[in-house]
Design a protein around this ligand. Structure first.
Ligand SMILES: *Cc1c(COP(=O)(O)O)cnc(C)c1O
Length: 369
């Protein structure tokens, strides 16, 4: 039996093979007699699961040795506070606003950073572009510069991370990569810290990935909760307190699935990136060629993961969604702040799912336009 295609923005589709392995191992993990959910986080079984997950992730994303990999709780939203608590050093932090998520991060930082400066904003465009880094007004001596490298709601993606050094800044770059982590390679030479909740592209909700350069650890403000101090979490190998054990396990299965992916000569993240590029092109090319559907984002920064689009007539939205559900195309309703539709096409969405969506969109247009 084929499962429907799930276009949810998050929590989102998980590869079927991962779900099947988790189901098969649910009652008895590898002959231990225990479900992963029942294991001590300090026992040898769970420690092996956690260490394997980190090893696989490091290999997949080519994370250099000077970065720590932390599995935390709280989601991306908690990191909006945890990052300034750990990195702001009671100084100025810079933000580049490219959509709802970076706006939200800035608001939270106001509570903890001494000064929050907006270095650039795309708000005047309705968040349909990324401001040219050459135009950013970076502060001197900022503690860090925050960007959201994939704006899940507005469908805006940085296809290249900014090189702050070439812009005259020594500040570390903080990247919220929640909604496109593991969809493409990362240039770590440009990154100080990257964080993301798992529920878009890595696994179930509950685990938050933080990849942080070692020299940025150990400078938390005194008010930082000890469970959120990166130093404590790093020193305890993500087991300072009980980590989200089930989430780490399923994320680990996803990392193994990613390692198995092939596309021609490509393997792992490179294979997935090539597939994601092709999936996104299929959908955007169809939208652009149509007079009925519209995506307003500038082509150079369109997200490969989240594709918002409007129908020519908003009055047809409900009929579009109902017809989609009938064909097994789920959760296409757009975010309320932008309206219309949104197709989230993360790693777990096969090309056939995007093709099925395009076929449906074409049929709907023929019928209703
Ligand atoms: C989903 C998302 C978040 C929020 O994650 P939570 O787990 O709900 O805290 C943060 N940033 C981005 C870019 C997201 O897409």
């Amino acid at each position: 039996m084929n499962r429907p295609y799930n276009f949810s923005a998050g929590p989102a589709a998980i590869p079927e093979e991962v779900l099947q392995t988790a189901a098969a191992e649910m009652l008895d993990w590898h002959g231990s007699g225990m479900s992963v959910m029942e294991m001590s986080h300090r026992g040898k079984e769970f420690i092996a699961i956690c260490e394997q997950a980190e090893t696989d992730l490091r290999e997949l994303l080519a994370i250099p040795g000077e970065f720590k990999v932390l599995f935390m709780q709280g989601g991306g939203v908690a990191e909006n506070a945890i990052v300034p608590l750990n990195l702001s050093r009671a100084g100025t932090v810079d933000f580049v606003l490219t959509g709802s998520w970076s706006q939200k991060s800035r608001k939270e930082a106001l509570k903890y950073a001494a000064e929050v400066h907006v270095a650039a904003s795309a708000e005047a465009s309705g968040f349909t572009t990324v401001p040219d880094p050459a135009s950013w007004q970076l502060s001197r001596g900022a503690s860090y510069v925050h960007i959201c490298s994939n704006e899940t709601i507005h469908g805006v993606e940085f296809h290249e991370l900014p090189d702050l050094k070439s812009l005259g800044s020594d500040a570390p770059l903080v990247v919220d990569f929640s909604s496109h982590v593991a969809s493409r390679t990362v240039d770590w030479s440009r990154v100080g810290l990257a964080f993301g909740g798992a529920q878009k592209n890595l696994g179930p909700a509950g685990v938050t990935l933080v990849v942080v350069r070692e020299d940025l650890i150990g400078h938390a403000l005194p008010i930082c909760p000890s469970a959120f101090d990166y130093k404590n979490v790093a020193e305890a190998d993500s087991r300072y307190n009980t980590p989200p054990t089930w989430g780490i396990y399923v994320a680990g299965l996803t990392f193994q699935w990613l390692k198995r992916q092939r596309e021609g000569q490509l393997a792992g993240i490179a294979a997935v990136e090539a597939r994601n590029t092709a999936k996104a092109r299929l959908l955007y090319d169809f939208i652009d060629a149509s007079g009925f559907y519209l995506n307003k984002v500038a082509p150079h920064c369109r997200s490969r993961m989240n594709v918002p689009f409007l129908l020519a007539d908003d009055a047809l939205n409900e009929a579009f969604l109902a017809g989609a559900r009938e064909r097994g195309l789920l959760q296409l309703k757009g975010h309320k702040s932008v309206g219309g539709m949104r197709a989230s096409i993360y790693n777990a969405m096969p090309t056939a799912g995007v093709q099925a969506l395009v076929d449906y969109m074409a049929a709907f247009e023929r019928e209703r336009a």
